[in-house]
Design a protein around this ligand. Structure first.
Ligand SMILES: Cc1cc2nc3c(=O)[nH]c(=O)nc-3n(C[C@H](O)[C@H](O)[C@H](O)COP(=O)(O)OP(=O)(O)OC[C@H]3O[C@@H](n4cnc5c(N)ncnc54)[C@H](O)[C@@H]3O)c2cc1C
Length: 407
């Protein structure tokens, strides 16, 4: 392993959006990266649609993949919130002068990032489930469930909200908590629904939450969140109900609402129903790095899906970590990375934290929410949210060492 003061090689654990962005960013910084993914193939088939905020697209531009991602996404100029009866509660978009968010199919985004990382020379190893690590002072060795191991100067945990690297860094690290909702989604081609003019519509139904977007050609994407009591169903329990039965359960939950849920559900092929299952929220992660190991993406800073910022923050963190490793020896680089990232990600996570409880509101909460939200939204000046979206990391600017080091 290298005695070079700066990082030359890195193991990236997890081949999702954060892992692929990290591999690309490390390559830009001159660091050789190998991505170790637990599953046998990349995460192409997983997940529904997600939004990329302009700040995330800015980070992807730095990685040289922004245009490829724009090409697979549709611009979303606004998100409209409605009550169960169709009444508009709020409409918000990016402030004037800032490009709109983009809606992308998560599998398409994964593929674009993965292909770009491969073209840049990153290596991907599949079927490698990280189980533990050993540090030597100048490097780190990762051990995988198949009995194999790999070594490098640094190990980066991009292994998602249920991160194993997080516990390897800090055995007392918090665990994700069930957020009271289970989630579903699908893409429906050739629907007869009216196009949503680029907007993403969301409806706080009486018994479930719906989001949908319809392109001019009738292609619709939708997701639904269904409240379920704690501790929330396990994956096995979710699978015990067939997709066709879930579609019926959802149709029943939306039966009284004035939104297009029933058309969307009837147009969904049960085989194509995505069932991500129990939604989780992640408490603050107090330790992001130890020795030669560090966290990135949902492993460090999982934002609620309502923030629309999870993938964007992962891309930003990848750029920032690579800059720090480019300019500083590993331990100083990890301290600088945390100092540069933590205040921003925690501010965004906090701003989004309330929305999940709004979605799971009971009848009284629902009435209050519907009464107060239009008022609250009038008080939110769009320009006050600009800090989230107009954030850019200057790749060419050198990172200075920070004085504070961890104990
Ligand atoms: C329902 C839902 C909706 C969302 N909507 C949005 C949205 O609209 N906008 C947005 O920006 N974000 C959204 N997100 C969040 C977004 O998907 C994530 O923030 C983003 O993908 C970054 O995730 P990640 O790469 O850190 O983790 P993940 O995508 O979870 O990837 C982690 C990878 O690590 C692998 N892995 C796990 N453990 C191990 C191990 N031990 N060894 C090796 N590999 C391992 C996993 O198989 C996986 O491939 C949503 C998330 C969910 C669940």
């Amino acid at each position: 392993m290298s005695q070079h003061p700066h990082t030359r090689t890195a193991l990236v654990i997890g081949g999702g959006i954060a892992g692929a962005c990290t591999a690309i960013a490390l390559h830009r910084a001159g660091i050789e990266a190998t991505v170790y993914e637990a599953y046998d193939s990349s995460a192409d088939g997983v997940g529904g649609s997600l939004s990329l905020a302009p700040n995330g697209l800015g980070a992807l531009d730095t990685l040289g993949v922004g245009d490829a991602v724009r090409a697979i996404g549709s611009p979303v100029p606004a998100i409209v919130l409605r009550s169960w009866n169709g009444r508009q509660l709020a409409e918000f978009g990016t402030p004037a002068g800032i490009a709109p968010m983009r809606l992308v199919w998560r599998a398409d985004l994964n593929r674009a990032l993965h292909d770009h990382a491969l073209r840049q020379g990153a290596a991907f190893a599949h079927g490698k489930r990280f189980v533990r690590a050993e540090e030597s002072g100048t490097g780190v060795t990762a051990h995988f469930a198949d009995g194999s191991s790999a070594g490098a100067d640094l190990l980066i945990g991009a292994d998602g909200i249920r991160s194993t690297v997080r516990t390897a860094i800090d055995p007392d690290a918090p665990q994700p908590q069930y957020a009271g909702l289970v989630s579903f989604g699908a893409r429906v081609s050739g629907s007869a629904l009216a196009p949503t003019n680029g907007k993403f519509l969301m409806s706080f139904g009486k018994r479930a939450f719906l989001g949908w977007h319809v392109d001019n050609d009738g292609t619709a994407v939708w997701f639904a969140n269904l409240p379920r009591p704690a501790p929330g169903p396990s994956t096995a329990e979710m699978r015990a109900t067939s997709p066709a039965q879930w579609l019926d359960i959802l149709a029943d939950a939306f039966a009284e609402d004035r939104n297009p849920a029933l058309e969307l559900l009837h147009g969904t092929d049960p085989e194509a129903l995505l069932i991500p299952g129990a939604m989780e929220s992640m408490p603050r992660v107090p330790v992001w790095h130890r020795g030669r190991m560090v966290l990135l993406g949902d492993a460090a800073h999982a934002a609620s899906s309502s923030s629309g910022q999870g993938a964007s923050l992962a891309a930003e963190s990848a750029v920032q970590l690579a800059r720090c490793l480019r300019d500083l020896p590993p331990e100083q680089a990890l301290t600088a990375y945390e100092e540069l990232r933590r205040p921003r990600v925690e501010r965004i996570i906090k701003a989004a934290a309330r929305t999940n409880s709004d979605k799971a509101a009971g009848p009284v909460g629902r009435v209050l929410r519907d009464a107060l939200m239009p008022l609250a939204m009038k008080l939110v000046k769009p320009e006050k949210t600009a800090w989230q979206y107009d954030y850019r990391i200057d790749w060419s600017e050198p990172v200075a060492a920070l004085s504070r080091t961890r104990g």
